[in-house]
Design a protein around this ligand. Structure first.
Ligand SMILES: Cc1ncc(COP(=O)(O)O)c(C=O)c1O
Length: 391
């Protein structure tokens, strides 16, 4: 490996949500934080150097997105996902979550039905509810340790819903949806004129042996019914730089959203976000391939550890993302008891499964984008605490 992912970097005192809000979030400042989706692995040197080089110019005035910024995104999507995108299709948003909210506000009306597929990234719920749209759950099915879409239910729901927010790949259950699954979804979308917002922020975090399929590429008839959201932020650990892309081929749909975003004057963006995004997409392939191997090895280590030491906890092995979805239901604790136990007895800060909606009961989400020693420490803590509970 060219990069040393074993290095532990102290993040405390950097206004880090993960570390410096532990007291606020967990009421315990000492938990080992394995929750919010950013990495404890350092943002790679070539990105830091690009940011520092720009920071060394002493004026940080108004800026715009350069041709080379757009080229870096276009080339990346072509190289990594075989997706040919044109510059005009790319809109800017300060984040994928803001973009989801813009799409809901610009393209649906109060009272419209919007489908989400829980257990899923919880800002999907607020993007619907906070704007007085009607949340419709197409809950994922969980059978034999594997998640799938309930298409029979979706066929019905799509008849009256206006929009579906797809998590592709899926956080927290780690599915990299297969082509046949997305084709079925595409058919439903086209037949019912159901607008699909495909959140592909985890597209580049597909673990070795799996493939990401861009939803918009599944069927040309999807063009007027699909919006893709993508960013370098999750992949290269740049979440604090607030930059993402919204990609829409269809001109009418694009203009609708573009007009809305422009009217809010939030598309100026952040100088350092642009520099970092471009550096990531221009030079990131080697680092990314290595980090994916490292994360996959962390997942494998954790899975073996659980099987050997704490088989009551079942891991849903992810195909994508750096999150693992852990089933603690065998202990028979309520969700409140489980949360309290993990925070105060085990001393680890995880995301409670119930926060991801129906189907999250008894589960916890754990972030493994960290040095191996941190993963080991977290699982040791969990193992010791449950061993005391069991004996
Ligand atoms: C599915 C998904 N979408 C969006 C985000 C966050 O996007 P942003 O920080 O660009 O708003 C996350 C972060 O974990 C995520 O998992």
């Amino acid at each position: 490996m060219t990069y040393n992912f074993d290095k532990i970097t102290d993040r405390a005192g950097t206004a880090s949500v993960k570390y410096d809000l532990r007291q606020f979030i967990f009421k315990n400042p000492d938990v080992l934080p394995m929750w919010v989706a950013d990495m404890d692995l350092e943002t790679p040197d070539f990105i830091r150097e690009a940011v520092v080089a720009r920071a060394n110019h002493p004026i940080y005035g108004y800026t715009f997105r350069s041709e080379s910024y757009y080229e870096s995104i276009i080339n990346w999507l072509q190289k990594r996902h075989n997706w040919k995108v044109e510059k005009d299709w790319i809109l800017f948003s300060p984040g994928v979550v803001p973009a989801l909210n813009f799409a809901v506000l610009a393209l649906t009306n109060p009272g419209d039905e919007i489908i989400v597929q829980p257990p899923v990234y919880f800002p999907f719920f607020t993007a619907v509810k906070e704007h007085n749209r009607h949340l419709v759950y197409n809950q994922l099915q969980f059978k034999g340790g594997k998640y799938s879409i309930n298409f029979d239910q979706l066929e019905q729901q799509a008849q009256t819903a206006r929009m579906l927010i797809l998590c592709n790949p899926h956080n927290p259950v780690g599915r990299a949806w297969k082509k046949d699954e997305l084709s079925r979804l595409a058919d439903i979308s086209i037949k019912n004129n159901l607008l699909v917002i495909s959140d592909e922020i985890h597209a580049d975090l597909v673990l070795p042996g799996n493939t990401h399929h861009v939803f918009a590429e599944i069927d040309p008839d999807l063009d007027s019914n699909t919006i893709t959201m993508h960013a370098a932020s999750k992949t290269f650990n740049l979440a604090g730089l607030a930059s993402s892309s919204v990609i829409i081929k269809d001109e009418t749909l694009r203009e609708q959203l573009k007009t809305y975003i422009s009217s809010l004057h939030v598309d100026m963006g952040n100088l350092f976000g642009f520099v970092a995004t471009q550096a990531a997409f221009e030079g990131g392939e080697v680092w990314l391939d290595e980090v994916l191997d490292y994360i996959a090895a962390n997942v494998e280590w954790a899975n073996v550890f659980l099987k050997q030491n704490l088989p009551q906890v079942k891991m849903v092995v992810p195909e994508a993302t750096y999150m693992v979805w852990l089933d603690f239901s065998e202990f028979g604790l309520t969700d409140d008891e489980l949360k309290e136990f993990l925070i105060n007895k085990a001393g680890v800060g995880l995301n409670a499964g119930v926060d991801f909606g129906p189907g999250g009961e008894g589960f916890m989400r754990m972030n493994l984008a960290c040095p191996r020693k941190t993963v080991e420490a977290a699982f040791e803590k969990i193992n010791v605490a449950f061993s005391e509970l069991l004996f």
